[in-house]
Design a binder for this molecule. Sequence first.
Ligand SMILES: *Cc1c(COP(=O)(O)O)cnc(C)c1O
Length: 435
Amino acid sequence: MELRDLPAVDELLRDARLAGEPHGLAVAAARDALAAARAAILAGQEPGDLAAAAAAALAAARAARLRRAVNATGVIVHTNLGRAPLAAAALARVAEIGAGYSNLEYDTASGARGSRQDHVAPILRRLTGAEGALVVNNCAAAVLLALAALAEGREVVVSRGELVEIGDGFRIPDVLVRSGARLVEVGTTNRTRAADYEQAIGPDTAVLLRVHPSNYRIVGFTERPSLGELADVARRHRLPLVEDLGSGMLLPFGDEPTAGAALAAGADLVCFSGDKLLGGPQAGIVVGRTDLVERLRRHPLQRALRADKLTLAALEGTLGLYLDPERALCEVPVLRMLGEDVAVVRARAERLAAAAGGEVVETVARAGGGALPLAELPSFACAVEGSLAEALRLGDPPVVGVVRDGRCLLDCRTITDAEADLVAAAVLAARTAGP
Ligand SMILES: *Cc1c(COP(=O)(O)O)cnc(C)c1O
């Protein structure tokens, strides 16, 4: 075909595969197909079926970009793969609240304006023993808001061993600066004592900050005051002690502290994530002393950082499961994956290997999300050819495994039984498609 043989856009639009489509979309798709055909001809190639190419371009424009994926990495809270899958109860609440109007900021008793913070605060208080609670968009926002509300223009004392980067550039010292507070570093990377905090306290000190070493551990010659010791220092100087817990569980697991335990040990405010080990939607939760929570609530940044109604609905749905811990362990996907008996994981890997033509191998799964960095969860994977990894990623839905020693490991702790069938079909399809 020559360039002059290419059809006009209008001519392409009359093809049955494009007729009946919205005009703007069809024109853009036809132009894309023509541009590709022109490039092909100039490169000495045949452009192929232009209407088919245009129909494919149109389908691509319609296709969702944010898509579900299968997490076969064995990392339970995988930030790149969307962190916590939601429980059915949480999804049901999102569907109910999202489909219509709600009492988001309406007090049905008085018929007057209410606060969106009033809905999940009671259950958060019950689950953590806190006096007050507040929810914002994520934990980074919670820390920012806490420091802005309590320490703007003043000093925040923090240990050098806790000036952490959580991931993708979220650095505690940077957040501190943005909050308008001044950072006062105490101690050393590996050792900080309660007395170090005490000596750093001056007339300008507003907050003692403790940051949970979420994604690392300092081991060897180390020292870190207990939360209780730090709380004593804070109390003596009448300063609030704020703990950034990061993951923050509500039920005890491994050495990950619960929010309730942090409050009981003397923290005045505790910040934690909704979508890490809690297993709910992305959210930043602050629990603690009523007067401090109230200062956060009244700060102008609260308005900018607040959570939306879908988040609050999903969070309330998730927290409701925690009222019955047995139920939470079964129905909150993150907790189920964390606690699943390794024999069950192994049986899933065996089924998958049999269906997909792979080999069962022993692996180590991880909590992820910067939580329990040293915890090794025994797991099993189905190992298939490493050459299939790319095709699996590009499939629908994408299946993301881990390539190791030339093989693609599909870890079965982070996939469900239903997903195992999907993965088996995806492996067979990838193998048939060939390289
Ligand atoms: C993950 C983490 C954060 C950030 O939480 P997001 O909900 O992702 O904003 C803050 N602090 C610590 C200690 C963390 O582990």
